[in-house]
Design a protein around this ligand. Structure first.
Ligand SMILES: NC(=O)c1ccc[n+]([C@@H]2O[C@H](COP(=O)([O-])OP(=O)(O)OC[C@H]3O[C@@H](n4cnc5c(N)ncnc54)[C@H](OP(=O)(O)O)[C@@H]3O)[C@@H](O)[C@H]2O)c1
Length: 341
Protein backbone atom coordinates (compact mmCIF):
# COMPACT_ATOMS: atom_id res chain seq x y z
CA UNK A 1 0.00 0.00 0.00
CA UNK A 2 2.76 2.38 0.92
CA UNK A 3 4.36 1.79 -2.46
CA UNK A 4 1.25 2.88 -4.30
CA UNK A 5 0.98 5.92 -2.04
CA UNK A 6 4.59 6.90 -2.50
CA UNK A 7 4.29 6.75 -6.25
CA UNK A 8 0.99 8.60 -6.22
CA UNK A 9 2.54 11.31 -4.14
CA UNK A 10 5.54 11.65 -6.40
CA UNK A 11 3.18 12.16 -9.30
CA UNK A 12 1.36 14.73 -7.22
CA UNK A 13 4.56 16.50 -6.27
CA UNK A 14 5.50 16.87 -9.91
CA UNK A 15 2.46 19.08 -10.31
CA UNK A 16 3.34 21.26 -7.37
CA UNK A 17 5.75 24.09 -7.12
CA UNK A 18 8.29 22.17 -5.12
CA UNK A 19 11.25 24.33 -5.80
CA UNK A 20 10.23 26.25 -2.76
CA UNK A 21 8.01 24.59 -2.00
CA UNK A 22 -1.14 -1.92 9.67
CA UNK A 23 0.41 -2.04 12.38
CA UNK A 24 -1.26 -2.53 15.75
CA UNK A 25 -0.09 0.05 18.21
CA UNK A 26 0.99 -1.34 21.53
CA UNK A 27 -1.01 0.12 24.44
CA UNK A 28 2.12 1.49 26.11
CA UNK A 29 2.99 3.54 23.07
CA UNK A 30 -0.53 4.70 22.56
CA UNK A 31 -0.57 6.07 26.10
CA UNK A 32 2.90 7.55 25.74
CA UNK A 33 1.88 9.46 22.68
CA UNK A 34 -1.23 10.77 24.29
CA UNK A 35 0.85 12.43 26.95
CA UNK A 36 1.48 16.09 26.30
CA UNK A 37 5.23 15.88 25.94
CA UNK A 38 5.20 12.87 23.73
CA UNK A 39 6.57 14.51 20.62
CA UNK A 40 8.82 16.99 22.35
CA UNK A 41 12.32 16.47 23.52
CA UNK A 42 14.28 18.79 25.72
CA UNK A 43 17.46 20.08 24.26
CA UNK A 44 20.32 21.43 26.28
CA UNK A 45 22.03 22.84 23.26
CA UNK A 46 19.83 25.58 22.04
CA UNK A 47 21.53 26.64 18.87
CA UNK A 48 21.07 30.36 18.85
CA UNK A 49 24.44 31.92 18.42
CA UNK A 50 24.39 35.65 18.72
CA UNK A 51 26.86 37.17 16.35
CA UNK A 52 27.90 39.97 18.65
CA UNK A 53 30.92 38.51 20.40
CA UNK A 54 30.18 35.18 18.69
CA UNK A 55 29.06 33.61 21.90
CA UNK A 56 26.72 30.73 22.32
CA UNK A 57 23.58 31.65 24.13
CA UNK A 58 21.05 29.25 25.47
CA UNK A 59 17.37 29.72 25.77
CA UNK A 60 15.62 28.73 28.98
CA UNK A 61 16.18 25.18 30.12
CA UNK A 62 12.50 24.36 29.56
CA UNK A 63 13.19 24.80 25.89
CA UNK A 64 11.69 21.94 23.91
CA UNK A 65 12.05 20.86 20.33
CA UNK A 66 9.61 18.47 18.72
CA UNK A 67 10.69 14.94 17.82
CA UNK A 68 8.22 14.77 14.97
CA UNK A 69 6.25 17.41 13.08
CA UNK A 70 2.87 17.11 11.39
CA UNK A 71 2.90 18.98 8.06
CA UNK A 72 -0.19 20.63 6.64
CA UNK A 73 0.68 21.24 2.99
CA UNK A 74 -1.81 20.36 0.23
CA UNK A 75 -4.72 19.65 2.58
CA UNK A 76 -6.89 22.59 1.51
CA UNK A 77 -10.39 22.34 3.02
CA UNK A 78 -9.43 19.12 4.83
CA UNK A 79 -6.79 20.94 6.88
CA UNK A 80 -8.92 21.47 10.00
CA UNK A 81 -10.14 17.85 10.11
CA UNK A 82 -6.68 16.38 9.46
CA UNK A 83 -4.91 18.59 11.99
CA UNK A 84 -7.59 17.55 14.51
CA UNK A 85 -6.88 13.89 13.74
CA UNK A 86 -3.13 14.45 14.00
CA UNK A 87 -3.51 16.13 17.40
CA UNK A 88 -5.79 13.27 18.54
CA UNK A 89 -3.19 10.77 17.37
CA UNK A 90 -0.56 12.50 19.51
CA UNK A 91 1.26 15.00 17.29
CA UNK A 92 2.16 18.14 19.19
CA UNK A 93 4.11 20.03 16.54
CA UNK A 94 2.45 21.53 13.46
CA UNK A 95 4.13 22.96 10.37
CA UNK A 96 2.27 25.31 8.07
CA UNK A 97 2.93 28.39 5.91
CA UNK A 98 1.21 31.65 5.05
CA UNK A 99 1.15 30.52 1.43
CA UNK A 100 -2.48 29.93 0.50
CA UNK A 101 -1.42 28.23 -2.73
CA UNK A 102 -0.27 25.13 -0.81
CA UNK A 103 -1.37 25.64 2.80
CA UNK A 104 -4.52 26.73 4.64
CA UNK A 105 -3.39 28.33 7.90
CA UNK A 106 -6.95 29.25 8.88
CA UNK A 107 -7.84 25.55 8.84
CA UNK A 108 -4.96 24.89 11.26
CA UNK A 109 -6.25 27.71 13.47
CA UNK A 110 -9.78 26.23 13.49
CA UNK A 111 -8.46 22.84 14.61
CA UNK A 112 -6.42 24.47 17.39
CA UNK A 113 -9.38 26.51 18.55
CA UNK A 114 -11.51 23.36 18.81
CA UNK A 115 -8.91 21.53 20.88
CA UNK A 116 -8.32 24.55 23.12
CA UNK A 117 -12.06 25.03 23.71
CA UNK A 118 -12.54 21.33 24.47
CA UNK A 119 -9.85 21.76 27.13
CA UNK A 120 -7.81 18.99 25.51
CA UNK A 121 -4.78 21.14 24.77
CA UNK A 122 -3.21 24.39 25.86
CA UNK A 123 -1.18 26.67 23.64
CA UNK A 124 1.97 25.86 25.61
CA UNK A 125 1.56 22.14 24.84
CA UNK A 126 2.16 22.82 21.17
CA UNK A 127 5.01 23.72 18.87
CA UNK A 128 3.62 25.90 16.06
CA UNK A 129 5.73 26.69 13.05
CA UNK A 130 4.84 28.74 10.00
CA UNK A 131 6.64 30.49 7.16
CA UNK A 132 7.17 33.73 5.31
CA UNK A 133 6.91 33.11 1.56
CA UNK A 134 8.06 35.53 -1.14
CA UNK A 135 5.53 36.78 -3.73
CA UNK A 136 7.15 34.64 -6.45
CA UNK A 137 6.01 31.46 -4.71
CA UNK A 138 2.50 32.69 -3.92
CA UNK A 139 -0.67 32.87 -5.99
CA UNK A 140 -2.86 35.97 -5.91
CA UNK A 141 -3.97 35.31 -2.29
CA UNK A 142 -1.13 37.26 -0.75
CA UNK A 143 -0.86 37.77 3.02
CA UNK A 144 0.75 41.21 2.48
CA UNK A 145 0.70 44.16 0.12
CA UNK A 146 2.62 43.40 -3.03
CA UNK A 147 4.04 46.90 -3.18
CA UNK A 148 5.13 47.00 0.49
CA UNK A 149 8.83 46.93 1.34
CA UNK A 150 10.14 43.39 2.08
CA UNK A 151 10.48 44.15 5.80
CA UNK A 152 6.84 45.30 5.91
CA UNK A 153 5.76 42.22 3.98
CA UNK A 154 7.37 40.02 6.62
CA UNK A 155 5.58 41.88 9.43
CA UNK A 156 2.24 41.82 7.58
CA UNK A 157 2.58 38.11 6.83
CA UNK A 158 3.58 37.36 10.41
CA UNK A 159 0.59 39.27 11.86
CA UNK A 160 -1.74 37.56 9.43
CA UNK A 161 -0.33 34.15 10.52
CA UNK A 162 -1.05 34.98 14.16
CA UNK A 163 -4.60 35.92 13.16
CA UNK A 164 -5.09 32.74 11.11
CA UNK A 165 -3.75 30.54 13.89
CA UNK A 166 -5.45 32.61 16.61
CA UNK A 167 -2.34 32.59 18.78
CA UNK A 168 -0.16 35.31 20.27
CA UNK A 169 3.25 33.93 19.45
CA UNK A 170 4.92 31.32 17.29
CA UNK A 171 7.42 28.69 18.26
CA UNK A 172 9.24 28.82 14.97
CA UNK A 173 9.18 31.23 12.03
CA UNK A 174 10.75 29.99 8.82
CA UNK A 175 11.93 31.78 5.70
CA UNK A 176 10.31 29.49 3.11
CA UNK A 177 13.28 29.84 0.80
CA UNK A 178 15.76 32.43 -0.44
CA UNK A 179 14.55 34.79 -3.18
CA UNK A 180 17.02 33.36 -5.72
CA UNK A 181 18.39 29.92 -6.56
CA UNK A 182 22.04 30.87 -6.03
CA UNK A 183 23.54 33.24 -3.52
CA UNK A 184 21.48 35.66 -1.49
CA UNK A 185 20.21 39.12 -2.30
CA UNK A 186 20.10 42.24 -0.09
CA UNK A 187 16.36 41.54 0.19
CA UNK A 188 17.05 38.13 1.75
CA UNK A 189 19.28 39.78 4.36
CA UNK A 190 16.66 42.47 5.02
CA UNK A 191 13.97 39.82 5.45
CA UNK A 192 16.19 37.87 7.84
CA UNK A 193 16.90 41.03 9.87
CA UNK A 194 13.16 41.60 10.20
CA UNK A 195 12.70 38.02 11.33
CA UNK A 196 15.46 38.58 13.90
CA UNK A 197 13.53 41.61 15.17
CA UNK A 198 10.39 39.47 15.55
CA UNK A 199 12.41 37.05 17.61
CA UNK A 200 13.93 39.79 19.81
CA UNK A 201 10.43 41.17 20.34
CA UNK A 202 9.41 37.77 21.75
CA UNK A 203 6.94 37.06 18.96
CA UNK A 204 8.62 33.85 17.88
CA UNK A 205 10.84 31.59 19.96
CA UNK A 206 12.98 30.38 17.07
CA UNK A 207 13.85 31.21 13.47
CA UNK A 208 14.54 28.91 10.58
CA UNK A 209 15.15 28.73 6.87
CA UNK A 210 13.96 26.26 4.27
CA UNK A 211 14.87 25.07 0.77
CA UNK A 212 18.41 26.33 1.16
CA UNK A 213 21.70 25.18 -0.34
CA UNK A 214 24.93 24.89 1.63
CA UNK A 215 26.37 27.95 -0.08
CA UNK A 216 23.27 30.01 0.77
CA UNK A 217 23.16 28.78 4.35
CA UNK A 218 26.77 29.83 4.90
CA UNK A 219 26.02 33.28 3.44
CA UNK A 220 22.96 33.64 5.64
CA UNK A 221 24.89 32.66 8.76
CA UNK A 222 27.76 35.02 7.90
CA UNK A 223 25.40 37.98 7.59
CA UNK A 224 23.15 37.11 10.52
CA UNK A 225 22.98 38.50 14.03
CA UNK A 226 21.04 35.41 15.03
CA UNK A 227 21.65 32.10 13.36
CA UNK A 228 18.72 29.98 12.29
CA UNK A 229 17.69 27.40 14.87
CA UNK A 230 16.26 25.20 12.12
CA UNK A 231 16.98 24.30 8.53
CA UNK A 232 14.02 22.61 6.84
CA UNK A 233 14.93 20.83 3.61
CA UNK A 234 13.69 18.10 1.29
CA UNK A 235 15.83 15.15 2.25
CA UNK A 236 17.07 12.96 -0.57
CA UNK A 237 18.74 9.62 0.14
CA UNK A 238 20.89 10.11 -2.94
CA UNK A 239 22.66 13.08 -1.34
CA UNK A 240 23.42 10.99 1.75
CA UNK A 241 20.22 12.46 3.21
CA UNK A 242 21.52 16.02 2.72
CA UNK A 243 24.83 15.00 4.30
CA UNK A 244 26.76 18.23 3.69
CA UNK A 245 24.09 20.56 4.98
CA UNK A 246 23.49 18.32 7.98
CA UNK A 247 27.21 18.40 8.76
CA UNK A 248 27.26 22.19 8.59
CA UNK A 249 24.14 22.35 10.76
CA UNK A 250 25.76 20.08 13.34
CA UNK A 251 28.90 22.25 13.48
CA UNK A 252 26.81 25.41 13.80
CA UNK A 253 24.33 24.10 16.36
CA UNK A 254 21.44 24.20 13.89
CA UNK A 255 18.76 21.50 13.98
CA UNK A 256 17.79 19.92 10.68
CA UNK A 257 14.13 19.25 9.82
CA UNK A 258 13.61 16.83 6.92
CA UNK A 259 10.56 16.62 4.68
CA UNK A 260 9.61 14.27 1.83
CA UNK A 261 11.62 11.54 3.53
CA UNK A 262 9.28 8.96 1.99
CA UNK A 263 8.14 10.60 -1.22
CA UNK A 264 11.56 11.83 -2.38
CA UNK A 265 13.15 8.42 -1.93
CA UNK A 266 10.88 5.85 -3.57
CA UNK A 267 13.72 4.21 -5.51
CA UNK A 268 15.76 3.60 -2.38
CA UNK A 269 12.84 2.60 -0.16
CA UNK A 270 11.54 0.13 -2.70
CA UNK A 271 14.91 -1.50 -3.18
CA UNK A 272 15.52 -5.10 -2.22
CA UNK A 273 18.29 -3.93 0.12
CA UNK A 274 16.09 -1.56 2.06
CA UNK A 275 13.21 -4.01 2.30
CA UNK A 276 15.55 -6.68 3.61
CA UNK A 277 16.77 -4.26 6.29
CA UNK A 278 13.17 -3.45 7.27
CA UNK A 279 12.40 -7.14 7.53
CA UNK A 280 15.43 -7.66 9.77
CA UNK A 281 14.84 -4.73 12.13
CA UNK A 282 11.04 -5.00 12.25
CA UNK A 283 8.45 -2.25 11.92
CA UNK A 284 7.25 -0.71 8.69
CA UNK A 285 9.16 1.11 5.97
CA UNK A 286 8.03 4.50 7.23
CA UNK A 287 8.85 3.67 10.85
CA UNK A 288 12.37 2.66 9.83
CA UNK A 289 12.82 5.87 7.82
CA UNK A 290 11.52 8.11 10.62
CA UNK A 291 13.54 6.23 13.25
CA UNK A 292 16.64 6.56 11.08
CA UNK A 293 16.01 10.30 10.81
CA UNK A 294 15.51 10.54 14.56
CA UNK A 295 18.68 8.59 15.37
CA UNK A 296 20.83 10.78 13.11
CA UNK A 297 19.43 14.01 14.54
CA UNK A 298 16.84 14.94 11.91
CA UNK A 299 13.41 16.09 13.04
CA UNK A 300 11.15 14.37 10.49
CA UNK A 301 7.94 15.80 9.05
CA UNK A 302 5.01 13.78 7.82
CA UNK A 303 1.86 15.02 6.18
CA UNK A 304 0.00 11.72 6.10
CA UNK A 305 -3.77 11.97 5.77
CA UNK A 306 -4.38 8.51 7.19
CA UNK A 307 -5.00 8.16 10.97
CA UNK A 308 -3.50 4.65 10.98
CA UNK A 309 -0.33 6.02 9.38
CA UNK A 310 -0.29 8.86 11.92
CA UNK A 311 -0.26 6.39 14.82
CA UNK A 312 2.14 4.07 13.05
CA UNK A 313 4.57 6.93 12.36
CA UNK A 314 4.39 8.23 15.93
CA UNK A 315 5.42 4.79 17.14
CA UNK A 316 8.67 4.92 15.16
CA UNK A 317 10.71 4.30 18.27
CA UNK A 318 9.38 0.76 18.50
CA UNK A 319 12.19 0.27 15.98
CA UNK A 320 15.82 0.37 17.05
CA UNK A 321 18.64 0.71 14.60
CA UNK A 322 22.19 -0.35 15.28
CA UNK A 323 25.18 1.70 14.10
CA UNK A 324 25.55 -0.78 11.24
CA UNK A 325 21.89 -0.28 10.21
CA UNK A 326 22.37 3.49 10.28
CA UNK A 327 25.48 3.26 8.13
CA UNK A 328 23.64 0.98 5.75
CA UNK A 329 20.71 3.41 5.36
CA UNK A 330 23.01 6.43 5.07
CA UNK A 331 24.64 4.83 2.05
CA UNK A 332 21.56 3.10 0.65
CA UNK A 333 21.47 5.13 -2.55
CA UNK A 334 24.96 3.96 -3.55
CA UNK A 335 24.27 0.37 -2.57
CA UNK A 336 21.15 -0.38 -4.51
CA UNK A 337 21.15 -1.83 -7.96
CA UNK A 338 17.61 -1.45 -9.18
CA UNK A 339 14.20 -1.54 -7.56
CA UNK A 340 12.52 -4.93 -7.60
CA UNK A 341 9.77 -5.26 -10.11
N1 LIG B 1 9.44 23.88 3.22
C1 LIG B 1 8.90 23.42 2.11
O1 LIG B 1 9.05 23.97 1.03
C2 LIG B 1 8.10 22.16 2.18
C3 LIG B 1 7.86 21.42 1.01
C4 LIG B 1 7.16 20.23 1.11
C5 LIG B 1 6.65 19.82 2.34
N2 LIG B 1 6.88 20.57 3.46
C6 LIG B 1 6.29 20.19 4.76
O2 LIG B 1 6.50 18.80 5.01
C7 LIG B 1 5.22 18.17 5.21
C8 LIG B 1 5.30 16.72 4.80
O3 LIG B 1 5.42 16.67 3.38
P1 LIG B 1 6.13 15.45 2.65
O4 LIG B 1 6.63 15.97 1.38
O5 LIG B 1 7.07 14.81 3.62
O6 LIG B 1 5.08 14.41 2.21
P2 LIG B 1 3.66 14.03 2.75
O7 LIG B 1 2.76 15.13 2.34
O8 LIG B 1 3.78 13.66 4.18
O9 LIG B 1 3.33 12.74 1.91
C9 LIG B 1 3.54 11.45 2.40
C10 LIG B 1 2.94 10.49 1.39
O10 LIG B 1 3.33 9.17 1.75
C11 LIG B 1 2.14 8.42 1.95
N3 LIG B 1 2.31 7.43 3.03
C12 LIG B 1 2.06 6.12 2.94
N4 LIG B 1 2.30 5.50 4.12
C13 LIG B 1 2.69 6.45 4.96
C14 LIG B 1 3.05 6.45 6.32
N5 LIG B 1 3.05 5.35 7.06
N6 LIG B 1 3.39 7.62 6.87
C15 LIG B 1 3.39 8.76 6.15
N7 LIG B 1 3.04 8.82 4.85
C16 LIG B 1 2.69 7.68 4.26
C17 LIG B 1 1.08 9.42 2.31
O11 LIG B 1 -0.19 8.87 2.02
P3 LIG B 1 -1.34 8.88 3.14
O12 LIG B 1 -1.79 10.28 3.25
O13 LIG B 1 -2.37 7.97 2.58
O14 LIG B 1 -0.71 8.36 4.41
C18 LIG B 1 1.43 10.58 1.39
O15 LIG B 1 0.95 10.35 0.10
C19 LIG B 1 4.25 19.05 4.43
O16 LIG B 1 2.92 18.88 4.83
C20 LIG B 1 4.78 20.41 4.75
O17 LIG B 1 4.35 20.81 6.03
C21 LIG B 1 7.60 21.73 3.41
Amino acid sequence: MIFANVFMNITLLKHLSISIDGQFLHRRHFLTYLSEDATMSTTNETPVRERKGRRMTRISPDNRFPRFIYGTAWKAENTCRLVGLALDAGFRAIDTANQRKHYFETGVGEALKQKFSEGILRREDLFLQTKFTYPGSQDNRLPYHLDAAPADQVRQSFLSSLEHLEVEYLDSYILHGPSVDRGLTPVDHEVWRTMEELKSEGKTRFLGVSNISLEQLKLLCDGAETLPTFVQNRCFANTGWDRQIRAFCRESGITYQGFSLLTANARELLSREFRKLVQDVGGTISQVVFRFANQIGIIPLTGTTNPDHMREDLAFDTVNLTDADIKNIEGIAEKICSPEK
